[in-house]
Design a binder for this molecule. Structure first.
Ligand code: FES
Ligand SMILES: [Fe+2]
Length: 349
């Protein structure tokens, strides 16, 4: 009999996603991409500001990225209707004499840390950077202690939920990513503002050369992963990761990071370590994704106490998909306040 369990779902909640690297979007250029089942176009006006709107012209459906950028507008390649950042048609050639109102979906867009971010809900207000607090207050805080931003980008097949919940599934780290984790411990917690936090302490290398490392990560609003990486108690790099699903099984994972300015040999080693970490995380997720592609989790699957917070996350994520804010339920007291769960890895796998 065929297994009727649903495969890992492909939907994702509305929120901030990293669409592409700033480098890829040159001034006066447009780039098309797919996100959450939609065809979108990002363009950079001659003033240097990036925008994201729906890809197809509301007139006769030409692909706007095949047009040109003029000033801060994008001009359709077919009948030269012009669109501004709000998605409104703001100009047409003179031979159109009648007034019309035409508009495509437009998405709040913020550019930070070498990434063009957009909010997938077109009803979100434009131009309000306060809507992007987690990132803005994280990598963006330059007190001189951190160097410039780099971005690791990788595309593979997988689900956005897979990326987020996998990162806090501490129990899979040893069996799947064993060589990277020697000894150590992990812990996952959540708070009532919907932030899931997890930390891992482990040692890299073996024998005399083991180096103690720790990673602290947290998930914000069901779309952004924010992380902090330390070696031997010293903060080495800060990270943000976004996994943008295309809606057809593909994912674009963007990880901007900054490295701390350290002294001595750390100065040279730290950027290399951070790049290795970023690539390692991307490769690790690709390995995980092969498991997810054949995963079929039943309703009422077994949840050991060590995985209770990950289960909390799945419930939180399901609520986000339905447009419900499960955080309100926690605040109102209609759901019990979750408590932290801990985990200890086996030694020297
Ligand atoms: S299709 Fe875009 S202006 Fe006609
Ligand atoms: Fe993993």
């Amino acid at each position: 009999m065929a297994d009727s369990r649903p495969r890992q779902q492909q939907r994702a909640p509305d929120g901030w996603y990293g669409a592409l690297t700033s480098q890829k979007l040159r001034r006066g250029r447009a780039v098309s991409f797919r996100a959450l089942g939609r065809d979108l176009v990002a363009w950079r006006g001659m003033d240097g500001v990036a925008h994201v709107i729906d890809r197809y012209c509301p007139h006769q459906g030409a692909a706007l990225d095949k047009g040109r950028v003029q000033g801060d507008r994008i001009v359709c390649p077919f009948h030269a209707w012009e669109f501004g950042s709000g998605g409104h048609c703001v100009g047409r050639p003179d031979f159109y004499k009648t007034a019309i109102s035409a508009r495509v979906g437009a998405y709040a867009t913020v550019e930070r840390d070498g990434v063009v971010w957009f909010h997938s809900d077109p009803t979100t207000a434009q131009g309000d950077e306060a809507l992007f607090p987690a990132v803005a207050s994280y990598l963006g805080t330059d007190d001189g202690a951190f160097g410039r931003t780099h971005v690791v980008r990788k595309c593979f097949r997988g689900s956005q939920m897979g990326v987020l919940e996998n990162t806090m599934d501490l129990c899979h780290l040893v069996p799947v990513h064993g060589q990277e984790l020697r000894g150590g411990s992990g812990r996952v917690t959540r708070n009532d503002t919907g932030v899931f936090a997890f930390e891992m302490n482990f040692r890299l290398g073996g024998g005399r050369f083991e180096v103690p490392m720790s990673i602290e990560m947290s998930i914000h609003d069901g779309t952004l992963l924010i992380g902090n990486f330390s070696i031997a108690g010293r903060e080495c790099s800060r990270w943000i990761a976004s996994a943008m699903p295309d809606g057809a099984g593909g994912l674009t994972v963007l990880q901007p990071y900054v490295t701390a300015k350290l002294e001595g040999w750390w100065r040279l080693a730290n950027p290399v370590l951070a790049l290795g970490m970023g690539r390692g995380i991307s490769r690790g997720l690709e390995v995980d994704a092969k498991i997810w592609s054949e995963q079929s989790r039943a309703e009422g699957h077994i949840v050991p106490p060590e995985e209770r917070v990950a289960e909390e996350f799945r419930r939180y994520y399901a609520a986000l998909l339905e447009g419900r804010d499960e955080r309100d339920e926690v605040r109102r007291g209609s759901r019990a306040e979750p408590s932290p769960a801990g985990w200890v890895a086996s030694q020297h796998v």
